[in-house]
Design a protein around this ligand. Sequence first.
Ligand code: SAM
Length: 264
Amino acid sequence: MSFEELKERQRIAWGAAPFEKIEGSIAVMHDDLVGRLAPQPGERWLDVGCGTGAVSMRAARAGAEVTGVDLSEVMVETASRRAREEGLAISYATGDAEELPCPDASFDVVSSSVAAMFAPDQAAAARELARAGRPAGRLGLTAWRPGSGVARTMQVAARFQPPPPEGVGNPFAWGTEEHVSALLGESFELEFHEGDAPQTGESGEALWEYFLSGVGPTRLLYDSLDPERREEYRRASVELYEQDRRGDEIYQSRPYLLTLGRRK
Ligand SMILES: C[S@@+](CC[C@H](N)C(=O)[O-])C[C@H]1O[C@@H](n2cnc3c(N)ncnc32)[C@H](O)[C@@H]1O
């Protein structure tokens, strides 16, 4: 499988379930990211991997002129509909973090919330984040930490998937200061913050059902397996969530790294 084939799979996978159903589970991260970037009226703002619009809509409510780009046309359609319903004039388009559809230095702010981290060619994504921002412009990224609940969930999923192409970057490396500094340190003055977007639920089973209902890659993988493997995948995921049981609820910690940058 080539990087392009992997991205084609990712494009289809992210559109395979209504992400807006579970978007609220990371609202604390969206608030943290947009709050720290402090949108100003009239600023040109690009949100990369905009999903169903959480970050772009927050920035637009504060008066920024926002563009949202995502690999998945299903995400773009949902984000457009939601922005329209709220009367927000946001421009959405399909596009790849590794090849952003914009001229050089065309944005005052570039953001990406747990999205650019999934681009297989991490050097290309980093180059594009730098290219899109104007000199002295701001950058804000979030990425799950290695070992976070989401990273562990994806390790379980990986047992049921074909291996990724050779040379694909580990998405969770974007959750470490060292890796982000190596990728972006030449183009940006960087500053790091740690946050947590914990997930709670009444049981492992309830959390499995919740994420299956809204995380496209989980839904698509589950649907692609034969009945026996499906059951194995379900059971392994429920067991993972149950490891985080605290009394009568599940409390899964989901730490993330928030990177702020100032374009040199
Ligand atoms: C976990 S969702 C996050 C969505 C949104 N940023 C949020 O925080 O609610 C990851 C998003 O990244 C998008 N994505 C993955 N790879 C991408 C790429 N190479 N270029 C653009 N978007 C990408 C997916 O389609 C999906 O919408």
